[in-house]
Write a protein that binds this ligand. Structure first.
Ligand code: ZN
Length: 433
């Protein structure tokens, strides 16, 4: 399992370099550049070459990369894999500094997405995101990424002696119970602008030039391989950076054939996808249409291309939990390292149908990658994915798949070393077809 472990370590490094959706996008961009991809901008006129390798960044937090196929776009279509760059966390509010009893400095935050709140207690936490900087043109401020890269704060638990019922389950209030403690201060402390001073120092800029920021908390704890045979991957944001990572390497390692390969990493899946860089936006649709036009084709060719296309919506799935076996569907019980899970749902909260499922399963079987089936219990509502949202934008066949993990949306999730490599191999094969 050596190459699988190496690949899992590469994933952990990738996640550690991606503390926010902005950093994940930057990391994907870096790897694309190493492989000879060229950035094109939405505001430019595109001229694209056969077998050319390109990418577009949106909002610094989403990215679409593509390789023009050898065939004719209207006949060979697009082969797409979609994933998302964001993960549940806390975002720092404006004017966040709060002083408690003249001694403690804590920061005001709000919840982003659906984290398991209690997993955020007692962890060394840091801050990452983007900062907007003043320039000569008010319409075009500059944007810088910032990652504080050190344990700056912590959300301490309340002692069991003050909360005797803690192990019977407690309700956590996100306004009062989860604000991170940053420092002990003395009487003369200037609370206003504490965070801005910190950012200015880190970025080596003047505090008055900072116009705004989008900063998120993340855990400073390192990922690790866990288990008797090191078969598990224990780290945060596997949902969905594991699929971004496997999709990206499947994409850059494949040989281009007739179809045009596309990797799309959306932002804001965890908050409903309805932003300009989310799966519900026209972002992907516009890019696919512009690719078609830049190849000298017309609208008819674009619609013909879509009818020849296929999307793999890649987002993590739930593995059977060893301590809560009754939470899983009685007959479809994916386990960690049992293979990639194909997700289906009668009410179409996943896009999979029998045809798209058969196509993906066929690709996996052809290279001996095992697959499992995931269905929610009939009395449980599952999570959402980018699949149904992007297919309503695009009208192309799609399959929802993902690796089975435990503790989804915990600050540390648990996935499988073998599964991660299986997903990569299936993606590489799909893109090479
Ligand atoms: Zn997800």
């Amino acid at each position: 399992m050596n190459k699988e472990k190496e690949f899992a370590k590469s994933l952990m490094n990738f996640i550690e370099d991606s503390p926010s959706s902005f950093h994940a996008t930057k990391k994907v961009e870096e790897i694309l550049c190493e492989r000879g991809f060229k950035e094109i901008k939405l505001e430019e006129t595109w001229s694209l070459e056969r077998e050319g390798k390109y990418y577009i960044v949106k909002n610094k937090s989403a990215i679409i990369a593509f390789v023009i196929g050898k065939g004719e776009i209207q006949e060979d279509g697009f082969k797409l894999i979609g994933a998302h760059t964001d993960a549940p966390t806390f975002r720092i509010k404006p004017n966040p500094e709060m002083i408690v009893e003249d001694k403690y400095l804590k920061l005001n935050t709000e919840v982003y997405g659906g984290p398991i709140l209690n997993t955020w207690f007692d962890r060394p936490l840091s801050l990452a995101g983007r900062v907007t900087i003043k320039t000569g043109n008010p319409l075009k401020p500059e944007e810088l990424l910032v990652d504080m890269k050190k344990p700056l704060m912590i959300i301490p638990n309340l002692a069991i002696h003050m909360n005797r019922k803690v192990n019977e389950g407690i309700k956590i209030n996100p306004q009062t119970d989860t604000l991170p403690l940053v420092s002990i201060i003395d009487g003369k402390f200037e609370k206003d602008g504490f965070l801005l001073r910190l950012i200015a120092e880190e970025l080596d800029i003047k505090i008055e030039n900072i116009l705004d920021f989008e900063l998120f908390l993340y855990s400073r704890e390192k990922g690790s391989l866990v288990g008797f045979n090191e078969e598990f991957i224990s780290i945060g944001r596997l949902d969905d950076l594991a699929m971004v990572h496997a999709g990206l390497y499947g994409f850059v390692d494949s040989q281009v054939s007739k179809g045009t390969n596309v990797l799309v990493c959306f932002d804001n899946e965890e908050v409903g996808s309805t932003t300009k860089q989310g799966a519900a936006s026209p972002m992907l649709r516009t890019v696919l249409e512009r690719i078609t036009i830049a190849l000298g084709k017309d609208k008819e060719d674009y619609y013909r291309a879509l009818s020849q296309s296929f999307l793999i919506s890649a987002d993590m799935a739930h593995a059977l939990h060893p301590n809560y076996t009754d939470k899983q569907d009685p007959t479809n019980r994916p386990v960690i390292n049992g293979g990639v899970a194909i997700k289906t749902s009668a009410n179409q909260s996943y896009t999979t149908d029998s045809l798209s499922s058969a196509i993906y399963e066929g690709i996996c079987k052809s290279i001996r990658v095992p697959v499992q089936k995931f269905v929610n219990r009939s009395d449980e509502r599952g999570g959402s994915t980018i699949g149904p949202i992007s297919s309503t934008q695009l009208d192309i066949p799609s399959v929802d798949i993902g690796n089975p993990i435990l503790a989804m949306h915990s600050i540390r999730e648990l996935g499988g070393v073998l599964d991660h490599h299986y997903a990569y191999r299936s993606f590489k094969e799909f893109y090479s077809l």
